[in-house]
Design a protein. Structure first.
Lengths: 1150, 138
């Protein structure tokens, strides 16, 4: 009760969620495969949890969890006790323990029984049924024996779901078949379909709302369903407890996968089979031998002992077990009485009536054959006495079976038995509603003798009928009837004419008229027993169906087992022939027939009678033996006659007696031997059981190992394929440095052969230099467990490998050898070398060209310069942000550079080429040029480029432009001068010839002075000496010329003026002076006088005194004047007889 | 080269010449005299030119841009203030801003194109005369 409440409370908070359903899986031999197949179909995210209970060898570690986890996505784990069951988990029973569940929590239990009698599956299912009720499901898979069958009953009784593996798909079909034979199984499926069936069943249940909704619809139509069952089967369940009815009908709906109760109503109306199934379903209850042992103990002490002790030879102890189901309870009571009788060493007549409404169950009960598993419930001292082992099952011995009379009987419908000493009705009333219960107890009161005992189930009470019974032991539910007069219960609900049509017992039809008047069945019973002629009801073939009256005079059979006999074959001589004749005739004619004056002979005597055969409507025949005269006992005289016979006979008699005595002894000996054999047999049987369970456990272990071996083979195949296919040279050595394994690729290093496995590595010659180092390193790795990296080269130096030596770890975590993996580096090294060369060359080129290298990262917006580049920028090496970079550029160029850099990012012209000046003094600041190209890689785009110093080029360009400008200016000036000169000359010339000549010579002078400027080296300035020498150059040789003076620089402006001056003077001298007609010499001297004035003297010294001829003071003297004024000089001429001296004084500009 | 006699009838107009190249200066002087003007200068330096115009206003001026002691612009500015018609005489084209500063100034490129020089001189003198007369009228 407490559990139920807790379950309710737990369920409430998760009402809207799915309710967890626990699926118990029972398996034994061949179970691994079945469980695997079953769970392979299971997907997580369900509301199901699985608990696997497998028979395991207690001395052997189980691999079950490991093996199963490979086949399902769910968590698989072996239970260690205390786990709370959660959805989508698979829990595996550990070896050597049982399993139980309480409040959704798994607990380990210790086995009470010895090996061979353990039933872990039953135990678990029973606890599961109690704990989870209708949220429990059980699955029984392959295995021998019958474990699980009892557990399945429990599950079913509590409304859970029962599934059994289709026996034909099971490796061992013992367990599934046994379970199936209970008739309580909801689904029989092959393993892979089991989960689907469970899902279907719980489709309604998982969502609480749907569940209650379904229950409501069932409630509404329960009366209709009951009336259908009543019509079809003849039993009215409407008085049964409604909750039980609803639950069981609901189960059927779920099993059939129907939508609601109305659909089910349709189904049950159209299908009588379903009616029968529901009937069975409604009658399920769990029963066991000695169920509630301690209660039976009380019953034994308080009632059985007393009854046996109080019984005398004459009387009979009468026991009634209503609702006996498959008979365990009845047999239990029978055994208790038999045992008690045996203990008290008495002979007592005991009659037990065991009744039920289910014919099918009664058949099982009559056979008295039960699964071996149930044997454990019977107390040990009774086991050997009252059971007989029978091929994995056992049968209740004939002695016990004979004590019990099984018959179909309904408490609520049929007249009760009477004068009963003990009435045991356990776990029947709990299924009845209040009304039925309150009608059942008066019936019990009637049936029991005053002072008789009523024995009820643990959760049943006498309720308000405490005036009829008072408790002997309240806890054990043992009650004593009071001494009140029995009242016959008048409210028995008979059946109507309509319902009778479907009856399986047509004999009641005939008696109907009588029974309507004789309501008191005991009277009818009495009449039949005492006054009616002996009567048989037989089938048309002669099988005895029913009997009444004293038949022993006519038939030679034991009562109780009449049904199996053919009437003619058991009839006594004299009756036999008549019976067979009359059956034939009546079967044909269907008319009442009488055969008169017959005599039946028996060992006791003879009886004259008439035989009447009456054909019934349903085809059966009633045989009535009507006595014609009193029974004639065999005459005493006959005996006397025999006694009077002669001594030969006497001696024969004696001999016979002796023989009989011997025979008796022999028989006794035989019986003893037989007993011994029987007990040996028992021992063998139990040994066999043990062997069988060991065998099952071993086959489980074997299965597990087989799977493990399969997995290992696959792993091994994978590994060998890897070894065969890999290009990686690899070798494995063991702890003694012997070769354990290697790949084919290792041939390049070690010339291993197949049979080299096991050879020490040191013995094998390798192509490597310094093989010893490798061996040392390997030893080191094995010693320390640390990985080592080595670089090894081939002896001819053309190949290089990187060698990694790793320790070889065993599963236990110790080092057992090492793994040597070589990776070839030859190509990589070559490449590295080539790259290095390339790099060096590039560096050299950059250094020589004084190129800096830079790299621009778009994402980072930063520039990276190498040392040269950084020194150009006068920045530290490394990264420079674009902002910093731009700040280093002079204002005028900044935008240009920024644009160039930005354009790079946006459009992909891919090129950059920009020249700029750094900040600072424009004359001294560096000019730099940046050239780059965009490089796109998958990761980022960046610009790579070079930077170089273009200061000199820029300067040269500037100078060149300046020179050009200067030259241009000078040329223009020259044109102006010439143009002016031409105009001035034109005014003074007398003739064209004169004009041309005067212009020609002066242009020539100008040209010479220009030559002079061009001839002079760029670095030095022209001097006065140069100007003088150049002017006088055409006249060298005409006279002695002395040129002398300090070094005085001359500017270009001065040069033109000086050249014209000197030209005028020299042409004049050539025309009129010492350079021409007059003999003499010329001295041109100069000196610096005060105020840095230059005084240039042109001194013509004549050899003779000459009458000089003054040249015309025309154009020439104008030019002299103008030229002097240009250099702000003054010219004075001093003409004497023997010399002519011209003095020019001027201040040089420079 | 042909002497002009058209201006003989009037009293001779005065033309200031600034030129630092003596030959060119002489040539200019002669040419301008031939046009029938009276020449002031030529001056080779700004200094001399400025002192020359301290007390007299030439009617026109022919100015070389680069003189010995700097550009001629101080002289040009002073002359412009006095209402003298200006003709620049240079080896290079004048920059825009100079043209802007001395609106209506004439320009003759070196070497001398006498016809153009004469024409320009006539134009600037005539313009300035009108201008001056209109000023005096006020």
């Amino acid at each position: 009760m407490k559990n139920d409440q807790e379950t309710e409370e737990r369920a409430k908070p998760e009402a809207s969620e799915e309710r967890l359903c626990i699926v118990g899986i029972g398996a034994s031999a061949g179970g691994l495969e079945a469980v695997r197949e079953m769970l392979t179909g299971a997907t997580p995210e369900s509301n199901l949890a699985y608990v696997v209970v497998q028979h395991l060898d207690p001395n052997h570690e189980s691999l079950l969890a490991e093996l199963l986890s490979r086949h399902t996505e769910m968590n698989v784990r072996q239970v260690s006790g205390g786990e709370t069951v959660e959805a989508d988990n698979v829990y595996i029973i550990p070896p050597g323990h049982g399993l139980s569940v309480q409040d959704g929590c798994l607990h380990l239990t210790d086995f009470e029984q010895p090996r061979g009698l353990r039933r872990p599956i039953d135990d678990f299912f029973e606890s599961l049924a109690i704990d989870q009720g209708r949220f429990a499901a059980c699955v029984i898979l392959s295995g021998t024996g019958a474990d699980g069958t009892a557990g399945l009953r429990a599950i079913k009784e509590h409304g859970g779901l029962c599934i059994v593996q289709e026996p034909s798909t099971a490796k061992y079909d013992g367990m599934p078949t046994s379970a199936q034979n209970t008739g309580l199984v909801d689904f029989v499926r092959s393993p892979e379909l089991i989960i689907g069936a469970i899902r279907q069943f719980y489709a309604h249940t998982i969502i609480d709302e749907m569940d209650t909704k379904l229950a409501r619809t069932v409630e509404q139509s329960i009366n209709d369903i009951c009336s259908v069952v009543k019509t079809t089967v003849g039993h009215d369940f409407s008085g049964y407890k409604q909750s039980t009815l609803v639950r069981r009908v609901q189960r059927r709906i779920q099993v059939l996968g129907l939508a609601d109760a109305s659909e089910y109503l349709q189904h049950i109306k159209s299908d009588p089979e379903e009616c029968a199934t529901l009937f069975r379903e409604l009658l399920i209850n769990v029963t066991r031998f000695f169920r509630d042992k301690e209660h039976f103990q009380v019953l034994r002490e308080r009632t059985v002992e007393t009854l046996v002790r109080g019984a005398d030879e004459e009387s009979e102890i009468r026991v009634w077990v209503p609702g006996c189901s498959s008979g365990e309870e009845a047999y239990t009571i029978a055994m208790m009485f038999a045992h008690e009788v045996r203990l008290q060493r008495r002979a007592v007549n005991i009659q037990i009536f065991a009744t039920d409404i289910d014919e099918q169950m009664l058949r099982l009960a009559r056979e008295g054959v039960y699964p071996q598993a149930a044997l454990a419930d019977i107390p040990e001292e009774m086991r050997d006495l009252y059971t007989i082992a029978k091929d994995g099952k056992f049968q209740v011995s004939a002695k016990i079976r004979d004590m019990i009379r099984f018959s179909v009987h309904s408490i609520v419908r049929d007249p009760p038995f009477s004068s009963i000493d003990l009435l045991s009705c356990r776990n029947l009333l709990i299924y009845f509603g209040d009304k039925l219960q309150s009608s059942a107890l008066p019936i019990f009161h009637y049936a029991l003798k005053p002072g008789g005992t009523l024995f009820l189930g643990p959760s049943e009470t006498i309720g308000r009928f405490d005036h009829m019974f008072y408790p002997i032991d309240q806890a054990a539910r043992v009650f004593e009837r009071n001494n009140a007069r029995p009242e016959y219960p008048l409210h028995l609900s008979g059946r109507t004419r309509d319902q009778a049509r479907n009856s399986q017992r047509p004999e009641r039809d005939q008696e109907e008229s009588t029974r309507l008047e004789w309501n008191d069945a005991s009277i009818t019973h009495r009449i039949l027993e005492k006054y009616a002629p002996a009567t048989l009801q037989i089938s048309a073939k002669g099988e005895i169906l029913k009997s009444t009256g004293k038949l022993s005079k006519y038939l030679d059979i034991s009562p109780g087992s009449m049904e199996r006999h053919l009437a003619p074959s058991v009839a006594r001589p004299g009756a036999r022939e008549a019976i067979s004749a009359i059956i034939r005739q009546v079967a044909k004619s269907k008319k009442r027939t009488i055969s008169r004056d017959l005599t039946a002979l028996s060992e006791f005597g003879r009886q004259a009678f008439d035989l009447i055969a009456d054909s019934m409507k349903d085809g059966t025949i009633l045989l009535v033996f009507r006595e014609r005269s009193p029974f004639e006992a065999t005459d005493d005289e006959d005996t006397v006659d025999l006694e009077q016979s002669d001594s030969h006979v006497q001696s024969l008699e004696d001999e016979l007696r002796n023989t009989r005595a011997r025979l008796h002894t022999t028989v006794e000996e035989l019986e003893t031997a037989n007993e011994e054999l029987k007990s040996s047999n028992e021992e063998m049987m139990s040994m066999n059981e043990e062997l069988q369970s060991t065998n099952e456990e071993l086959s489980t272990v074997n299965d597990e190992l087989k799977v493990k071996v399969d997995e290992l083979s696959v792993a091994n195949a994978d590994l060998s394929n890897f070894f065969a296919s890999t290009g990686l040279p690899l070798a494995v050595v063991d702890s003694h440095m012997s070769i354990r394994n290697f790949t084919d690729a290792i041939q390049a290093i070690y010339p291993f052969r197949k049979n080299d496995r096991g050879r020490p590595l040191s013995e094998v010659t390798s192509t490597l230099m310094r093989n010893e180092d490798i061996l040392d390193a390997t030893r080191e790795v094995m010693r320390t467990g640390d990985v080592q990296h080595l670089r090894v080269r081939a002896r001819n130096e053309d190949r290089t490998w990187s060698l990694v030596i790793t320790p070889y770890w065993t599963r236990k975590g110790s080092v057992d050898g090492a793994t040597l993996v070589f990776s070839e580096l030859t190509d990589a090294l070559r490449l590295e070398e080539a790259l290095q060369h390339e790099g060096e060359r590039l560096r050299l080129a950059l250094d020589v060209a004084e190129l800096g290298v830079w790299e621009f990262d778009f994402d980072q917006r930063s520039l990276k310069f190498d040392d040269t580049g950084a020194s150009f920028l006068e920045a530290g090496g490394g990264d420079v942000s674009i902002k910093e970079f731009l700040e280093r550029i002079c204002r005028e160029d900044r935008i240009k550079v920024e644009d160039a850099m930005r354009m790079e990012g946006a459009n992909a012209t891919g090129q950059i080429d920009v020249t700029f000046k750094l900040v600072g003094d424009p004359t001294t600041a560096r000019s730099l040029q940046v050239v780059g190209r965009r490089v796109d890689s998958s990761k980022a785009s960046r610009v790579l480029g070079v930077i170089f110093d273009v200061t000199q080029e820029q300067e040269a360009k500037r100078v060149r432009e300046m020179l050009l400008r200067e030259m241009n200016h000078r040329v223009k000036n020259m044109f102006s001068i010439i143009s002016g000169m031409v105009r001035i000359a034109g005014r003074t010339s007398n003739s064209i010839e004169d004009l041309v000549q005067s212009i020609e010579t002066r242009v020539g002078a100008l040209a010479r002075s220009h030559d002079l400027t061009q001839r002079a080296p760029s670095s030095s300035k022209l001097s006065l000496n140069d100007a003088v020498s150049a002017s006088l150059e055409p006249y060298i040789g005409n006279a002695e010329i002395r040129i002398d003076g300090p070094n005085v620089p001359v500017s270009s402006r001065e040069l033109t003026a000086l050249s014209l001056l000197l030209h005028e003077w020299s042409t004049n001298a050539a025309k009129y002076g010492v350079l021409g007609p007059i003999q003499g010499h010329l001295g041109v001297t100069w000196q610096t006088v005060s105020n840095s004035e230059i005084c240039l003297m042109w001194n013509e010294v004549y050899d003779d005194v000459v009458e000089t001829q003054e040249g015309p003071s025309g154009f020439g003297s104008t030019l002299v004047k103008l030229s002097a004024s240009q250099i702000q000089g003054a010219v004075s001429v001093n003409q004497e007889d023997n010399q002519r001296r011209i003095t020019l004084t001027y201040v040089p500009q420079i | 080269m042909c002497p002009k006699s058209s201006l003989e009838t009037k009293s001779k107009a005065t033309i200031l010449i600034c030129e630092d190249e003596p030959i060119v200066a002489l040539d200019l002087e002669l040419v301008v005299e031939e046009f029938g003007y009276e020449v002031i200068g030529p001056f080779a330096s700004v200094e001399k030119a400025l002192s020359a115009i301290e007390d007299k206003r030439p009617d026109g001026a022919v100015l070389d841009v680069n003189l010995r002691d700097g550009t001629v612009f101080p002289v040009a500015t002073r002359l412009a203030e006095m209402g003298t018609g200006l003709v620049f005489h240079s080896g290079h084209a004048l920059s825009e801003d100079i043209a802007e500063r001395y609106q209506n100034a004439g320009f003759c490129e070196k070497p001398i194109n006498t016809a153009r020089l004469e024409q320009e001189l006539q134009r600037v003198i005539a313009f300035e005369d009108n201008d001056v007369s209109s000023k005096t009228a006020n």
